[in-house]
Write a protein that binds this ligand. Sequence first.
Ligand code: AP5
Ligand code: MG
Length: 216
Amino acid sequence: MRIILLGPPGCGKGTQSKRLEVAKGLLQLSTGDMLRAAAEAGSELGLKAKAIMDGGNLVADEVVVAIIGERLDQLDPDQGIVLDGFPRNVAQAEALDNLLKSRGQNLDAVIELKVDDEALVKRVTGRFKCDTCGQGYHDEFEQPQVSGVCDKCGGTSFSRRKDDTAETVLNRLEVYYGETRPVIAYYGEKGILSSVDGMADIDEVTKQINEVLEAN
Ligand code: AP5
Ligand code: MG
Protein backbone atom coordinates (compact mmCIF):
# COMPACT_ATOMS: atom_id res chain seq x y z
CA MET A 1 0.00 0.00 0.00
CA ARG A 2 1.30 3.47 -0.91
CA ILE A 3 -0.41 6.46 0.61
CA ILE A 4 0.08 10.18 1.19
CA LEU A 5 -0.92 12.11 4.31
CA LEU A 6 -1.50 15.70 3.26
CA GLY A 7 -2.18 18.80 5.30
CA PRO A 8 -0.81 21.95 6.92
CA PRO A 9 1.97 22.19 9.51
CA GLY A 10 0.87 20.55 12.75
CA CYS A 11 -2.16 18.75 11.28
CA GLY A 12 -0.85 15.39 12.55
CA LYS A 13 0.96 13.90 9.53
CA GLY A 14 3.92 12.71 11.61
CA THR A 15 1.80 11.44 14.50
CA GLN A 16 -0.49 9.41 12.25
CA SER A 17 2.34 8.16 9.99
CA LYS A 18 4.10 6.66 13.02
CA ARG A 19 0.88 4.88 13.99
CA LEU A 20 0.55 3.51 10.45
CA GLU A 21 4.10 2.16 10.68
CA VAL A 22 3.19 0.18 13.78
CA ALA A 23 -0.34 -0.88 12.79
CA LYS A 24 0.07 -1.54 9.07
CA GLY A 25 3.82 -2.07 8.57
CA LEU A 26 4.08 0.95 6.29
CA LEU A 27 7.35 2.88 6.18
CA GLN A 28 7.11 6.60 6.95
CA LEU A 29 8.92 8.72 4.36
CA SER A 30 9.03 12.24 5.82
CA THR A 31 10.96 14.73 3.71
CA GLY A 32 11.03 17.10 6.73
CA ASP A 33 12.71 14.42 8.91
CA MET A 34 15.16 13.54 6.11
CA LEU A 35 16.12 17.19 5.58
CA ARG A 36 16.53 17.74 9.36
CA ALA A 37 18.77 14.64 9.52
CA ALA A 38 20.88 16.02 6.64
CA ALA A 39 21.14 19.37 8.46
CA GLU A 40 22.21 17.66 11.68
CA ALA A 41 24.82 15.63 9.79
CA GLY A 42 26.21 18.98 8.59
CA SER A 43 26.36 18.09 4.87
CA GLU A 44 26.46 21.00 2.44
CA LEU A 45 22.98 20.14 1.20
CA GLY A 46 21.72 19.83 4.78
CA LEU A 47 23.08 23.21 5.85
CA LYS A 48 21.58 24.92 2.79
CA ALA A 49 18.24 23.24 3.49
CA LYS A 50 18.40 24.23 7.17
CA ALA A 51 18.47 27.95 6.37
CA ILE A 52 15.40 27.57 4.16
CA MET A 53 13.52 25.39 6.69
CA ASP A 54 14.29 27.71 9.59
CA GLY A 55 12.46 30.45 7.67
CA GLY A 56 9.52 28.17 6.91
CA ASN A 57 10.02 28.16 3.13
CA LEU A 58 10.18 25.21 0.74
CA VAL A 59 13.45 23.51 -0.17
CA ALA A 60 14.01 23.22 -3.97
CA ASP A 61 11.88 20.62 -5.76
CA GLU A 62 14.88 18.91 -7.38
CA VAL A 63 16.46 18.34 -3.95
CA VAL A 64 13.41 16.72 -2.34
CA VAL A 65 12.44 14.76 -5.45
CA ALA A 66 15.99 13.35 -5.61
CA ILE A 67 15.85 12.41 -1.90
CA ILE A 68 12.55 10.57 -2.34
CA GLY A 69 13.74 8.89 -5.55
CA GLU A 70 16.85 7.60 -3.76
CA ARG A 71 14.79 6.25 -0.86
CA LEU A 72 12.40 4.47 -3.24
CA ASP A 73 15.39 2.89 -4.99
CA GLN A 74 16.60 1.46 -1.67
CA LEU A 75 13.25 -0.16 -0.80
CA ASP A 76 11.86 -3.56 -1.57
CA PRO A 77 9.24 -2.77 -4.26
CA ASP A 78 6.58 -4.45 -2.10
CA GLN A 79 7.32 -2.29 0.96
CA GLY A 80 4.25 -0.16 1.77
CA ILE A 81 4.94 3.54 2.32
CA VAL A 82 3.28 6.55 3.89
CA LEU A 83 4.52 9.84 2.46
CA ASP A 84 4.56 12.62 5.07
CA GLY A 85 5.24 16.16 3.85
CA PHE A 86 5.76 15.16 0.22
CA PRO A 87 4.57 16.19 -2.34
CA ARG A 88 4.26 19.83 -1.30
CA ASN A 89 3.39 21.46 -4.60
CA VAL A 90 1.96 20.34 -7.94
CA ALA A 91 5.42 20.02 -9.56
CA GLN A 92 6.42 17.56 -6.81
CA ALA A 93 3.14 15.66 -7.25
CA GLU A 94 3.86 15.29 -10.98
CA ALA A 95 7.43 14.21 -10.22
CA LEU A 96 6.10 11.59 -7.79
CA ASP A 97 3.74 10.27 -10.48
CA ASN A 98 6.77 9.81 -12.75
CA LEU A 99 8.87 8.16 -10.04
CA LEU A 100 6.11 5.66 -9.30
CA LYS A 101 5.24 5.09 -12.96
CA SER A 102 8.86 4.27 -13.81
CA ARG A 103 8.72 1.60 -11.07
CA GLY A 104 5.35 0.22 -12.21
CA GLN A 105 3.77 1.43 -8.95
CA ASN A 106 0.80 3.59 -8.05
CA LEU A 107 -0.79 5.44 -5.15
CA ASP A 108 -3.62 3.76 -3.24
CA ALA A 109 -4.91 6.78 -1.33
CA VAL A 110 -4.26 10.42 -0.51
CA ILE A 111 -5.68 11.49 2.83
CA GLU A 112 -6.10 15.14 3.75
CA LEU A 113 -6.09 16.01 7.48
CA LYS A 114 -8.28 19.09 8.01
CA VAL A 115 -7.43 21.32 11.00
CA ASP A 116 -8.30 24.97 11.83
CA ASP A 117 -5.44 27.48 11.64
CA GLU A 118 -5.80 28.51 15.29
CA ALA A 119 -5.40 24.92 16.49
CA LEU A 120 -2.41 24.40 14.18
CA VAL A 121 -0.49 27.33 15.66
CA LYS A 122 -1.18 26.09 19.19
CA ARG A 123 -0.11 22.53 18.35
CA VAL A 124 3.13 23.53 16.66
CA THR A 125 4.34 26.26 19.03
CA GLY A 126 3.80 24.00 22.10
CA ARG A 127 5.61 20.98 20.69
CA PHE A 128 8.94 19.60 22.00
CA LYS A 129 10.73 16.27 21.93
CA CYS A 130 13.15 14.14 23.91
CA ASP A 131 16.66 14.43 22.46
CA THR A 132 17.50 10.85 23.44
CA CYS A 133 14.59 8.82 22.03
CA GLY A 134 12.60 11.36 19.98
CA GLN A 135 9.38 10.95 22.00
CA GLY A 136 7.12 13.95 21.28
CA TYR A 137 5.49 16.11 23.97
CA HIS A 138 3.39 19.26 24.15
CA ASP A 139 3.38 22.11 26.71
CA GLU A 140 -0.37 21.87 27.13
CA PHE A 141 -1.64 18.58 25.71
CA GLU A 142 1.05 16.02 26.57
CA GLN A 143 3.58 16.83 29.28
CA PRO A 144 5.97 14.22 30.68
CA GLN A 145 4.58 12.65 33.89
CA VAL A 146 7.60 13.96 35.81
CA SER A 147 8.53 17.41 34.58
CA GLY A 148 11.86 17.39 32.74
CA VAL A 149 12.10 13.56 32.52
CA CYS A 150 11.09 11.60 29.41
CA ASP A 151 8.37 8.99 30.19
CA LYS A 152 9.76 6.62 27.59
CA CYS A 153 13.54 6.60 28.17
CA GLY A 154 14.25 8.73 31.25
CA GLY A 155 16.16 11.29 29.15
CA THR A 156 16.41 14.81 30.57
CA SER A 157 17.32 16.81 27.48
CA PHE A 158 14.53 18.19 25.30
CA SER A 159 14.44 20.45 22.26
CA ARG A 160 12.10 22.36 19.99
CA ARG A 161 12.22 22.68 16.22
CA LYS A 162 13.71 26.00 15.14
CA ASP A 163 10.78 26.54 12.73
CA ASP A 164 8.16 26.12 15.48
CA THR A 165 8.12 29.77 16.57
CA ALA A 166 4.81 31.66 16.24
CA GLU A 167 6.24 33.89 13.50
CA THR A 168 7.66 31.06 11.36
CA VAL A 169 4.50 28.98 11.74
CA LEU A 170 2.50 31.81 10.17
CA ASN A 171 4.87 31.82 7.19
CA ARG A 172 4.67 28.01 6.94
CA LEU A 173 0.88 28.32 6.84
CA GLU A 174 1.08 30.96 4.12
CA VAL A 175 3.38 28.70 2.09
CA TYR A 176 0.94 25.82 2.66
CA TYR A 177 -2.06 27.79 1.36
CA GLY A 178 -0.12 29.22 -1.59
CA GLU A 179 1.80 26.14 -2.74
CA THR A 180 0.55 22.94 -1.14
CA ARG A 181 -3.22 23.37 -1.16
CA PRO A 182 -3.40 23.02 -4.98
CA VAL A 183 -2.08 19.47 -4.49
CA ILE A 184 -5.44 18.61 -2.87
CA ALA A 185 -7.30 19.55 -6.08
CA TYR A 186 -4.67 17.64 -8.11
CA TYR A 187 -5.47 14.37 -6.32
CA GLY A 188 -9.18 15.22 -6.14
CA GLU A 189 -9.25 15.24 -9.94
CA LYS A 190 -7.57 11.83 -9.97
CA GLY A 191 -10.33 10.46 -7.71
CA ILE A 192 -8.00 9.20 -4.96
CA LEU A 193 -8.48 11.96 -2.37
CA SER A 194 -10.24 11.48 0.99
CA SER A 195 -10.51 13.95 3.86
CA VAL A 196 -10.61 13.26 7.58
CA ASP A 197 -11.39 15.54 10.51
CA GLY A 198 -7.95 16.32 11.93
CA MET A 199 -9.55 18.35 14.75
CA ALA A 200 -10.76 15.14 16.36
CA ASP A 201 -8.61 13.52 19.05
CA ILE A 202 -5.61 11.48 17.92
CA ASP A 203 -7.30 8.05 18.30
CA GLU A 204 -10.38 9.22 16.41
CA VAL A 205 -8.23 10.53 13.53
CA THR A 206 -6.46 7.13 13.39
CA LYS A 207 -9.86 5.44 13.25
CA GLN A 208 -11.01 7.66 10.39
CA ILE A 209 -7.78 7.00 8.45
CA ASN A 210 -8.23 3.25 8.93
CA GLU A 211 -11.78 3.51 7.60
CA VAL A 212 -10.50 5.22 4.46
CA LEU A 213 -7.80 2.57 3.96
CA GLU A 214 -10.22 -0.30 4.54
CA ALA A 215 -12.62 1.13 1.94
CA ASN A 216 -9.81 1.04 -0.65
P1 AP5 B 1 7.79 19.09 7.85
O1 AP5 B 1 8.71 18.46 8.80
O2 AP5 B 1 7.07 18.25 6.87
O3 AP5 B 1 6.79 19.98 8.70
P2 AP5 B 1 5.25 20.44 8.49
O4 AP5 B 1 4.61 20.00 7.25
O5 AP5 B 1 5.28 21.90 8.72
O6 AP5 B 1 4.50 19.63 9.54
P3 AP5 B 1 4.86 19.32 11.03
O7 AP5 B 1 5.91 18.25 11.07
O8 AP5 B 1 5.13 20.58 11.78
O9 AP5 B 1 3.47 18.78 11.55
P4 AP5 B 1 2.77 17.36 11.40
O10 AP5 B 1 1.66 17.47 10.42
O11 AP5 B 1 3.78 16.28 11.18
O12 AP5 B 1 2.13 17.26 12.84
P5 AP5 B 1 2.56 16.39 14.11
O13 AP5 B 1 2.07 14.99 13.96
O14 AP5 B 1 3.98 16.62 14.45
O15 AP5 B 1 8.57 20.20 7.02
C1 AP5 B 1 9.42 21.12 7.64
C2 AP5 B 1 10.13 21.97 6.59
O16 AP5 B 1 10.94 21.12 5.78
C3 AP5 B 1 9.25 22.71 5.59
O17 AP5 B 1 8.80 23.95 6.11
C4 AP5 B 1 10.20 22.87 4.41
O18 AP5 B 1 11.13 23.91 4.67
C5 AP5 B 1 10.95 21.55 4.43
N1 AP5 B 1 10.29 20.51 3.60
C6 AP5 B 1 9.77 19.33 4.04
N2 AP5 B 1 9.25 18.63 3.03
C7 AP5 B 1 9.44 19.38 1.91
C8 AP5 B 1 9.11 19.20 0.56
N3 AP5 B 1 8.44 18.11 0.13
N4 AP5 B 1 9.44 20.19 -0.32
C9 AP5 B 1 10.11 21.29 0.08
N5 AP5 B 1 10.45 21.54 1.36
C10 AP5 B 1 10.12 20.58 2.27
O19 AP5 B 1 1.63 17.09 15.24
C11 AP5 B 1 1.89 18.40 15.70
C12 AP5 B 1 1.57 18.50 17.20
O20 AP5 B 1 0.16 18.32 17.37
C13 AP5 B 1 2.22 17.44 18.08
O21 AP5 B 1 2.52 18.02 19.32
C14 AP5 B 1 1.15 16.35 18.21
O22 AP5 B 1 1.28 15.64 19.41
C15 AP5 B 1 -0.12 17.19 18.19
N6 AP5 B 1 -1.27 16.49 17.59
C16 AP5 B 1 -1.26 15.69 16.49
N7 AP5 B 1 -2.52 15.26 16.20
C17 AP5 B 1 -3.33 15.83 17.14
C18 AP5 B 1 -4.74 15.77 17.38
N8 AP5 B 1 -5.57 15.05 16.60
N9 AP5 B 1 -5.23 16.49 18.43
C19 AP5 B 1 -4.40 17.23 19.24
N10 AP5 B 1 -3.05 17.31 19.06
C20 AP5 B 1 -2.52 16.62 18.02
MG1 MG C 1 5.86 16.25 10.84
